[in-house]
Design a protein around this ligand. Sequence first.
Ligand SMILES: [Zn+2]
Length: 53
Amino acid sequence: MKVIVGTRRYHSTACPLIRGAGETGVETMTQAEAEAAGLTSCSVCQHDREAAT
Ligand SMILES: [Zn+2]
């Protein structure tokens, strides 16, 4: 999972929001870690994942 520093959502690595954020300012963690930190999933990522399959 990818998290943009300062936000409360986690993203897939392919999320356009992560791509737009660049390499700096993005943290990598597991989904379990993100959920444990109280972060919520990004609706854009979820939508992309469903569309891809
Ligand atoms: Zn996202």
